[in-house]
Design a protein around this ligand. Sequence first.
Ligand SMILES: [Zn+2]
Length: 262
Amino acid sequence: MTARLYDAHVHLADLRLRPYENEIEKAYRRLNLGKAVVVGTGPHDWPLVLEQSAANPRLLPAIGLHPWQVPRAADDWQDSFLEAFKAGAHAVGEIGLDCWIEGYDLSKQIPVFEFQLQFAVENNLPVSIHALKATGPLMDILRTATLPARGFHLHAYSGPLELIDELTSLGAYFSFNGGQLHRPAARARLFAIPSDRLLIETDAPDFLPQAAYREHELEVDGEALCHPANLGLAYRAIAELRKCPPTELAITVEANFKRFFL
Ligand SMILES: [Zn+2]
């Protein structure tokens, strides 16, 4: 039996994708999708993440306050976060640290990140982490905090090549999307990830892949977005870059996804 495909990180609750829900579902069926982790970013999209996942057994709901949403979050966001887990959330995400976004404030991001990471530890939940230009502060936390026994997931990994061994020993899984694959540095990172820690994602509708890594087009209000079904081409391109037969890669990623997320 051939392995199915798994998206470790996709924003299906992004409102820009709503008009295309049926089309995306049809494309997922053609793709033989096993599961996709539907990642939330804040209280505004958490209800839809839960609703979509409850209606579709292929989808796994992840609830998290994204660092970009920290300045907008209401004071009682933690109550909504905890409620979402009572209502069936399966994973924590997207959480993280970001020193790339204009006006970032790590003193606000860090306690939000630590609260959510701690919740994942206490409940041994899968956690999906975003880190952009924030390697130092992230490593400070990962090196000293208690981490989930099952490990943790670094989405769209863009940190230094030299840290991959240490992160692996701390329990990291790493995912990459088609939007990263044209960059030589991302290819080098991808090549260095141990097979048993590799995951694949789209981060759709963001991270639009360059034309060579895109086989499904999606344009909303004149803006080109990443179609979630570009997952199939990401798998094929990653197999080629890692010099691994596509069927073998799919079997490996399926095993990794199930071990970490299920
Ligand atoms: Zn994301």
